[in-house]
Design a protein around this ligand. Structure first.
Ligand code: B12
Length: 406
């Protein structure tokens, strides 16, 4: 104990010299309101609807949903273990359309298992985000992965040239950073320690450079994960406190503007607002108090018929190109616009359920190929920051669906 104590003290004092990313407390009413938005999702217990990220986000927040949490974890275990064992097709009528969880979904499931600190039993060509998520999930379970696996993620970070903007998104960089931070803390790959430490520095710098004048890292929606990463470490010589303060201010403004409606986004934000990151799952703080969540009081919606707006919908990646003005009630989502366009004729689309909501996979019968996606843009060239279920176009706005490579 003496030796370890001295070492911890030394590390602690060294840490004190460098600034940490400390976010001042956020009003508990705001946090509660975010938590309440997750509650309805916790009643959706089919494999399609289950979202392990929600469970992880809540467990790392200052909130709790009491029995709903236990039931949710139970359903996660049931469905994920069933599909892992390959017996998911026993559902019958759904045959093969019941997609298996991806590597990243399994990784989130592993994080969820660790986030349940009463029960530590666990089981276990994708994007670098999912690759990082998978390494992180195994690491918090203290499972060593082969050096070549870690090496691949290290290589991606080392060769992400900042001069050319880099190809790793802020989210991907943050996820890689969280995985590396876990590996560093757990010392699971000691031979790669130096490279891991350097890579953490590289992603930290990338994230700091991505801060917008308002304070977000990248966009509003990459800020939660970016903050999770910045909170895990100190950076000598960097005014981290003011950087994070600025990010918090930007987040609060976005919260006021109702930017956080999506359950997955809320699940990534809640830990950051509670000064926690996925790395804390290495040894979760079981004793931290968490406030009990009560469902929000429903405000009665006004009975007036909403005014009708027109949204221009454009698809130029197909022949002949599609261009039409679609009438929808004000406040409709882009998904409502697509539905209406399909109803009116001459337009078709298809989606796939994902943890972020419905993901647009085909337009006018054109399915996405390998490394392609249907990008959502506001004309002329501004990619939307939200998906079809969350984005609400304004009257007269033109939305383009464009098939692009990623
Ligand atoms: C990788 C990625 C992509 C890749 C996905 C391809 C692939 N096979 O990996 C590409 C580049 C294609 C992509 C596209 C888009 N993305 Co994206 N993407 C991500 C990222 C970095 C990781 C997702 C992931 O792997 N999750 C882990 C696995 C376990 O979860 P999953 O549900 O199984 O993952 C699938 C879905 O997430 C889906 N997907 C990816 N992005 C999006 C976005 C939306 C809205 C939906 C519904 C689904 C979806 O692709 C994943 C792989 O199959 C996240 C970052 C984050 N913080 O979550 C952003 C993120 C989810 N994307 C985002 C956005 C906005 C988009 C686009 C709408 C951009 C646009 N203007 O077109 C499009 C989706 C359009 C559509 N067709 O519906 C936002 C969503 C914000 C929000 N408010 O919900 C995020 C959070 C990025 C950000 N910080 O802004 N994305």
């Amino acid at each position: 104990m003496g030796c370890l104590g001295a070492l911890l003290f030394l590390l602690g004092s060294l840490g004190a010299l460098a600034q940490r990313c400390e976010m001042p407390e956020v009003d508990s009413k705001i946090v509660e309101m975010l938590g309440q938005r997750l509650l309805p999702w916790m009643d959706q217990l089919s494999l399609e609807q289950l979202n392990p990220s929600i469970y992880v986000g809540l467990r790392l927040s200052s909130l709790q949903a009491e029995t709903k949490e236990a039931l949710y974890l139970h359903s996660l275990k049931l469905h994920y273990q069933q599909s892992l064992l390959g017996s998911a097709s026993s559902g019958g009528d759904n045959d093969d359309s019941q997609a298996k969880p991806s590597m990243g979904q399994l990784a989130l499931y592993l994080l969820a298992l660790k986030a349940n600190w009463h029960d530590h039993k666990g089981h276990p060509h994708t994007s670098y985000y999912q690759y990082g998520l998978a390494i992180l999930a195994l690491c918090v379970h203290q499972k060593r992965v082969h050096e070549s696996v870690v090496g691949k993620l290290l290589h991606a970070v080392e060769h992400d040239r900042p001069v050319h903007q880099g190809h790793l998104s802020v989210d991907t960089a943050a996820m890689a950073g969280l995985a590396f931070t876990c590996l560093k803390r757990s010392n699971l790959n000691p031979d790669q320690r130096e490279r891991i430490i350097l890579a953490i520095g590289t992603v930290q710098e990338k994230i700091l450079r991505s801060q917008t004048p308002e304070g977000h890292f990248g966009s509003v929606y990459s800020t939660p994960l970016a903050l999770q990463l910045l909170m895990t470490s100190s950076m000598p010589g960097v005014e981290l406190r003011s950087v994070c303060y600025k990010a918090r201010t930007a987040l609060l403004t976005s919260l006021q503007n109702e930017a956080f409606q999506n359950a997955l986004m809320i699940s990534q934000l809640l830990p950051a607002l509670n000064h926690k990151s996925y790395v804390d799952l290495i040894s979760p703080d079981c004793l931290a108090p968490r406030a009990i969540l009560e469902p929000a009081f429903e405000t009665p919606s006004d009975t007036q018929a909403p005014e009708v707006i027109r949204v221009m919908l454009m698809v130029s990646s197909v022949l002949p190109p599609y261009h039409n003005s679609i009438p929808v009630p004000a406040g409709s989502s882009l998904e409502d616009v697509l539905k209406k366009a399909q109803e009116l004729g001459g337009f078709t689309y298809g989606t796939q359920a994902s943890l972020s909501g419905p993901y647009l996979t085909s337009v006018m019968g054109k399915e996405v190929g390998e490394r392609e996606f249907w990008q959502l843009l506001q004309v002329p060239d501004t990619p939307l920051l939200q998906g079809i279920a969350d984005y609400r176009p304004k009257d007269g706005e033109t939305i383009e669906l464009r098939l692009v490579s990623w």
